[in-house]
Design a protein around this ligand. Structure first.
Ligand code: PEP
Ligand code: MN
Length: 287
C-alpha cells in the first residue's frame, strides 16, 4: 500500500488508496459507459426509478415519468435486501424480466441490484449495470464475481464503511479486470436519528480527489425523507457529483418499499428543472 506523500496528487492523511482505483494525475478521471450512457464526462447522469419493481404497470408508468423529465438510466430492485425478512423481498427473476422489457420500451438502460454470487450470471444477462448495495459492500466473493463480468458496476458505500474501505471494495472489482465501476455515496450511520442516514457529502470531493472513478450520490437513502431529496440532490451537484440516483414512484403513497423517500413524477420533474440551473451555475450540464 502506498503512503500519502505531500506531492501525491491523490493522497490524503488517513487513507491508503489502493493502486488500481487511485488517481494517477490531477485530471485523471474515468468515464463509464452504461449501454451508451456515459457517467463521468462532466455532464450529470441522472438515474431514477422505483425502489422496488412491484408490477409491470408500476414500472412502466414510473419509467415513462423518469424519461419524460430527463432521467437517462432506470433503476429498480428485483432482489431486495430488506432489513426485515417479513417485508416485501422483491419480485426476483420476474422483476428482472420486467425491467428488461420496460427498458426496451423506453430506451432507458437499467441498473438493478445483485445480492448473491449465484445470481450474478443471471442478472448480468439482462441488466445494463449491476448494483452492489450498501449491505454487500463488504461481500468480497460478490465483488470478485461482478469483477469477473465486464458489466458496469454501481458500488454503494457500506453504511458503516470508511472511504478507505469503500475504495478497497472497488479495488476488488478492478482487480478482476472490470474497470467499469461507479461509486455511490448513500449516507452513513451516525448518532443522528432524524434522518435515515447521514448523507456524507464530504465524501464526494474526497473521492474525486483520491480516485479516477466517477462518483454519484443517492439522496433518497441518504435522507429517508421525500421532502429532503431536492435539497440534498442540488447540494450533491454543487459538491461535484457526476450524477444522482433517486427513487421515484408513480404513486409514492402506494409503494411497497421506501414510498416515504420516493418522489412523485411531478416532484421529480420540478427537481430536474432546478438541477439544470444548479449545474449551469457551476459550469456543468445534465446529460
Ligand atoms: C437501493 O438502492 O435499492 C438500496 C437498497 O440502497 P442501499 O443499498 O444504499 O441501502
Ligand atoms: Mn429503497
Amino acid at each position: 500500500m502506498e503512503g500519502n506523500l505531500n506531492n501525491d496528487p491523490a493522497g490524503v492523511e488517513g487513507c491508503a488508496v489502493p493502486v488500481r482505483v487511485k488517481k494517477k494525475a490531477k485530471a485523471d478521471s474515468s468515464v463509464i459507459d452504461v449501454s451508451g450512457i456515459p457517467v463521468g464526462t462532466g455532464a450529470l447522469t441522472i438515474i431514477a426509478g422505483p425502489c422496488a419493481v412491484e408490477s409491470y404497470e408500476q414500472l412502466l408508468e414510473t419509467a415513462k415519468a423518469v424519461k419524460n423529465a430527463g432521467g437517462v438510466i432506470l433503476r429498480g430492485g428485483a432482489f431486495k435486501p430488506r432489513s426485515s425478512p417479513y417485508n416485501f423481498q422483491g419480485l426476483g427473476e420476474a422483476g428482472i424480466k420486467m425491467l428488461a422489457d420496460v427498458s426496451k420500451q423506453t430506451g432507458l438502460p437499467f441498473v438493478t441490484e445483485v445480492m448473491d454470487t449465484r445470481m450474478v450470471e443471471f442478472v448480468a444477462g439482462y441488466a445494463d449495470m449491476l448494483q452492489v448495495g450498501s449491505r454487500n459492500m463488504h461481500n468480497y466473493p460478490l465483488l470478485i464475481e461482478v469483477g469477473k463480468t465486464r458489466k458496469p458496476v454501481l458500488l454503494k458505500r457500506g453504511m458503516m464503511a470508511t472511504i478507505e474501505e469503500f475504495l478497497l471494495s472497488a479495488e476488488y472489482i478492478l482487480n478482476q479486470g472490470n474497470e467499469n465501476v461507479v461509486l455511490c455515496e448513500r449516507g452513513i450511520r451516525t448518532f443522528e436519528t432524524t434522518t435515515r442516514n447521514t448523507l456524507d457529502l464530504s465524501a464526494v470531493p474526497m473521492l474525486k480527489h483520491l480516485t479516477h472513478l466517477p462518483v454519484i450520490v443517492d439522496p433518497s437513502h441518504g435522507t429517508g425523507h421525500r421532502w429532503m431529496v431536492p435539497s440534498m440532490a442540488k447540494a450533491s451537484v454543487a459538491a461535484g457529483a457526476d450524477g444522482l440516483i433517486m427513487e421515484i414512484h408513480y404513486k409514492p403513497e402506494e409503494a411497497l418499499c421506501d414510498g416515504h423517500q420516493s418522489l412523485s413524477p411531478d416532484e421529480f420533474s420540478l427537481l430536474m428543472t432546478d438541477l439544470k440551473k444548479v449545474a449551469k451555475a457551476i459550469g456543468r450540464d445534465l446529460l
